[in-house]
Design a binder for this molecule. Structure first.
Ligand code: TA6
Length: 303
């Protein structure tokens, strides 16, 4: 069966590849697939902490949490009552019971989220979210459709202003990863609290051997995360920014649901619209997209 429901999760299977999605947060917690160097192995490509709460009591520490409508602490007047990274990652999404595509090429499902009494208590704007997860032989794609369901015809328009981001925890040897191409981009360094402005990235390949929490703006939209023996490429649409995060031991030990040494086993590379706010008028839909692809051959920068 290409799509199977097990209690509060969905498992999508396509050939030797599979992915597991919790209805809670629509969080993908696992993506396994072979690559051309290991054609018979289904290798885990995402990191999920063994201490992650999977009972809906808090956002899942790992996989691909969906960040909406605010990134980090709320900064927009419409978001002020929300917690860090918004409500999408800790709300229960719905599935209509169908596989959208199930053919030789891919399997795909749609999950949806609409205002619930718990959300409306803290967030007054009308919206409809559809999250499309698509699995192919070597790729995992996620699309977030955000609709402004306001029917107001008033002027100024009842716009929906939001941020959105895919918080990818990519399984990788953190001390050996390089992320490209970010050289020349402006970024906000959340670790260096002594500096308030934007820095310019000087490195051809960005590493996370020191605690890193960098928000790059107006980024190219296509990235490679590589390490000796492996790599993942990320291609995006409508997500102009990208965040690179790894807390390393000093900050990682303070994260209650992070497994011991977990920061050594992942790097977060998170495409999003997070510097400023995306804006859509009543009735309009915005779609943010990413495709994660396995890199089959050695592709390291000579630095
Ligand atoms: O995306 C990076 C970041 O915003 C970091 O600042 C770090 O706090 C991380 O997300 C995890 O946030 P969380 O709320 O899941 O603990």
């Amino acid at each position: 069966m290409p799509v199977q429901q097990h209690d509060n999760t969905l498992i999508l299977t396509h050939g030797k590849s599979n992915t597991k999605i919790f209805f809670y947060g629509a969080t993908i917690v696992s993506w396994k697939c072979p690559d051309k160097r290991h054609p018979d192995e289904s290798i885990e490509r995402l990191f999920c902490s063994s201490k992650a709460a999977l009972d809906g009591s808090k956002p899942i520490r790992g996989g691909i949490p969906v960040v909406f409508p605010c990134f980090g602490a709320p900064a927009h007047p419409d978001h002020m009552a929300l917690s860090q990274h918004g409500f999408a990652r800790n709300s229960v999404w719905k599935w209509d019971g169908k596989a959208v595509t199930d053919d030789d090429h891919s399997v795909s499902v749609h999950l949806t989220l609409e205002p619930t009494p718990e959300i409306t208590e803290k967030y007054k704007k009308p919206f409809h979210l559809t999250y499309v997860v698509t699995l192919t032989e070597y790729e995992l794609s996620t699309d977030l459709h955000v609709k402004n369901t306001s029917t107001s015809t008033a002027y100024p328009p009842d716009n929906l202003e939001f941020q959105a981001l895919f918080h990818n925890y990519i399984r990788a040897p953190a001390n050996q990863v390089l992320i490209t191409p970010l050289k020349g981009l402006k970024y906000f360094d959340k670790v260096d609290t002594s500096f308030d402005g934007l820095k310019t990235e000087e490195r051809a390949g960005v590493d996370v051997r020191n605690s890193t929490d960098s928000v790059y703006e107006n980024a190219p939209g296509s990235y490679e995360v590589t390490w000796p023996g492996g790599g993942i490429s990320i291609k995006t649409k409508a997500l102009k920014d990208v965040v690179v995060w790894n807390p390393q031991a000093e900050a990682g030990k303070k994260i209650g649901d992070m497994e011991d040494g977990g920061w050594e086993r992942y790097v977060c590379v998170e495409p999003g619209y997070v510097r400023g706010f995306e804006k859509i008028e009543p009735g309009r839909v915005w779609v943010g997209h990413q495709t994660l692809s396995v890199i089959h051959e050695e592709r390291r920068l000579n630095l």
